[in-house]
Design a protein around this ligand. Structure first.
Ligand SMILES: C[S@@+](CC[C@H](N)C(=O)[O-])C[C@H]1O[C@@H](n2cnc3c(N)ncnc32)[C@H](O)[C@@H]1O
Length: 277
């Protein structure tokens, strides 16, 4: 599947009209797409550069681009809520997802985070994704195949409960990322599979979940003091004297929690707090 260069048959293309409405089509030789402004022939797009404008038979104008990964993730069919791009970006950077890494994730859900992880680890890396629900695993498999142009050879998608996973199932892994309701119940697994120095991140929506997982990490005694934060991204409208922040934003999605695995048998120095005056 091509990510750049002139359009080819098989590409998923986003058409945007003058009212900024989006239509997504998959280019096929001999096919047409019908809009309220008439017919657009796929052959008028195949072979053109991205960023071209195609005209429909009734004079509509449509700007043509391939889907970026972010467009796929926000428009794809979902079984479960996806990790928002602003949070996926935090996971890729703070989770230090590097080319060649072995990353273990659960649950696969709709496959959004799996797609970002697969791209970041590259062909030398490996992503192992667990999902407990059969209906969700189908969404994940289909969405990733659509985005990647087939099932990636370095993606190991498994149906199963993450809590019963042990090192014998996966080998040692460099990173663990959990997006599920009860990550504090999975900490025995994380402890068992994560390499010393490895990063564990989890994503939880509510304050009680945040408190439970932070306490659970501390109780394990084999992780550094966990950090917690959220990411707030606000778009701006930039139009002369009307320049201002947008009124609406996706303010709260979830909290991010981060920690690192200590070497076996090591007790981390207790974090010192300033004495109260
Ligand atoms: C919010 S969704 C994950 C969305 C995914 N990160 C994405 O970006 O598309 C949570 C998923 O975790 C799965 N899940 C919950 N508990 C699990 C467990 N113990 N083992 C494996 N998967 C689990 C659920 O079935 C659900 O599909």
């Amino acid at each position: 599947m091509a990510y750049s260069g002139p359009f080819q048959a098989g590409d998923r293309v986003q058409l945007t009209d003058a009212k900024r409405r989006h239509f997504t089509i998959t280019l096929l030789e001999g096919e047409s797409f019908f809009t309220h402004k008439g017919e657009i022939r796929h052959s008028d797009i195949i072979g053109q550069d991205e960023g071209t404008v195609v005209r429909s038979s009734a004079g509509g104008e449509y700007l043509c681009f391939r889907h970026l990964l972010v467009d796929h993730v926000l428009s794809m069919p979902r079984g479960a809520a996806v990790i928002y791009p602003k949070d996926a970006a935090q996971i890729l950077i703070e989770g230090d997802i590097f080319p060649g890494a072995t990353v273990l994730e659960a649950g696969a859900g709709s496959g959004a985070l799996s797609s970002w992880l697969l791209r970041a680890v590259g062909e030398r890396g490996r992503v192992i994704s667990y999902e407990v629900r059969e209906d969700h695993i189908d969404y994940a498999r289909d969405n990733v195949a659509t985005i990647m142009g087939g099932h990636p050879a370095n993606w190991d998608l498994r149906l199963g409960d993450f809590r019963s996973v042990r090192r014998g199932d996966t080998g040692e892994v460099d990173r663990v990322i959990l997006d599920m309701l009860e990550p504090w119940e999975m900490l025995e697994t994380v402890r068992d599979v994560l390499i010393p120095g490895g990063v564990f991140m989890t994503y939880v929506a509510t304050v009680p979940q945040l408190m439970k997982v932070m306490e659970g990490i501390r109780e394990q005694g084999c992780f550094t003091e966990p950090r917690a934060w959220e990411s707030l991204v606000r778009e701006w409208k930039v139009e002369g004297l009307a320049t201002r922040p947008e009124h609406r934003m996706n303010a709260h999605t979830a909290f991010l929690v981060w920690t690192r695995r200590l070497a076996d048998g090591v007790v981390a120095p207790r974090p010192q707090r300033r004495a109260r005056k």
